[in-house]
Design a protein around this ligand. Structure first.
Ligand code: NDP
Length: 328
């Protein structure tokens, strides 16, 4: 079994020295436990925050211990009455080839419904984040203009498409390269721009009538531009601020927060974990859209657990189209 440990806490960007590949024995299950051979592991931007030794909504990763996070795989050994060998399960011990866990910590899924990787992307936490953030947190209504940042990423690409499917009037996305902008147009975004061309000017041109809903994955200058472009009673779902995850200085933007008052804006932060109440509606809607082909999802797959650190740095750098996954 090979697993990735946290070797040091990064200052700024993580580097190769942040991680260590460690070989251990394949574990054997005790009573009530299972061993899972991971097939896919998720690498997520939020994990950067867990590399810092600070108190947050999830505890920090421990030094010289394996990292963890969402993963899916097949049960290869079981001492649990209710989970048989061969079952596909979703669980929280990624960043390793074999995971030992209590059966209660694993959720069996049906691998015949969708490719197993989809349970980490469109049908998983990623999809629910997009769905709940847009429809519940920002309460998007039909006819509204929606702007989403990191729009070619896992969450953002679903936000834009779900907005269209739920009747948004106009959907605008920003991303970091011409190829990504092209992909957004193919996914049905009404307008898309490369933020390297200037967020504020590009957003103004793309949304001449203003923005009603902003889905923020980036923070900083994106949030500032959105606040400027937002209409009276606009709502922002604050999902992530990836532009700040590796920052060593506090951000300069947004400098225009006072506009929130006159425009009566709502900026509302959220965590996907608090939105299990919409899970049933999410699964129903998303499986329907996948079946009839109206919803597309991209995945960027990196092979080999030894390449998980590179995949993780890659997601922070923007190497991915859609969900970044490691195939073990
Ligand atoms: P993505 O697939 O969107 O990957 C991150 C993307 O961010 C990169 O591909 C890159 O694309 C973009 N990016 C990186 N740095 C910058 C920057 N400085 N300015 C603009 N864009 C940048 O990741 P996820 O879909 O998994 O996550 C998206 C956001 O949602 C993250 O902020 C994450 O933390 C957050 N999140 C929050 C959750 C919650 O419960 N609140 C749950 C899940 C995710 P590009 O090439 O376009 O720059």
């Amino acid at each position: 079994n090979r697993e990735i440990h946290l070797a040091s806490r990064p200052q700024g960007w993580p580097t190769e020295d942040t991680f260590r590949l460690v070989e251990t024995e394949v574990p054997t299950p005790g009573p009530g436990q299972i061993v899972v051979r991971n097939q896919y592991i998720s690498v997520d931007p939020y994990m950067r925050g867990r590399m810092n030794d600070v108190k947050s909504y999830v505890p920090p990763f421990a030094l010289d211990a394996p990292l963890d996070g969402a993963a899916i795989g097949e049960v290869v050994a079981s001492e649990a009455a209710d989970i048989a060998v061969g079952t596909t399960v979703l669980h929280g011990l990624g960043w390793r080839e074999y995971a030992l866990l209590d059966a209660a910590a694993a959720r069996p899924v049906d691998p015949s419904i969708a490719p197993v990787s989809a349970y980490l992307s469109v049908l998983g936490m990623t999809g629910l984040t997009a769905y709940a953030g847009l429809l519940e947190v920002a309460a998007m209504k039909p006819g509204e203009t929606v702007f989403v940042s990191a729009a070619a990423g896992a969450v953002g690409s679903l936000v834009g498409q779900i907005a269209k499917l739920k009747g948004a009037g106009r959907v605008i996305g920003s991303a970091g390269s011409p190829a990504k902008v092209e992909r957004l147009r193919a996914l049905g975004f009404d307008a898309a721009f490369d933020y390297h061309d200037g967020v504020r000017e590009s957003l103004r041109a793309a949304a001449p009538e203003g923005v009603d809903v902003y889905f923020d994955n980036v923070g900083g200058d994106h949030l500032e531009a959105a606040i400027s472009a937002m209409n009276l009673h606009g709502r922002a779902a604050i999902c992530g601020m990836i532009s700040q995850y590796n920052a060593t200085e506090p951000p300069a933007a947004p400098r225009n927060l006072a506009l929130v008052i006159g425009k009566r804006l709502t900026l509302r932060g959220f965590l996907v974990n608090d939105h299990n109440d919409v899970r049933a509606a999410f699964v129903r809607d998303v499986s329907g859209w996948l079946r009839d082909g109206t919803l597309s999802y991209d995945e960027t797959i990196v092979d080999g657990i030894e390449n998980a650190p590179e995949a993780f740095i890659g997601v922070l750098r923007g190497d991915n189209l859609g969900k970044m996954l490691v195939r073990v």
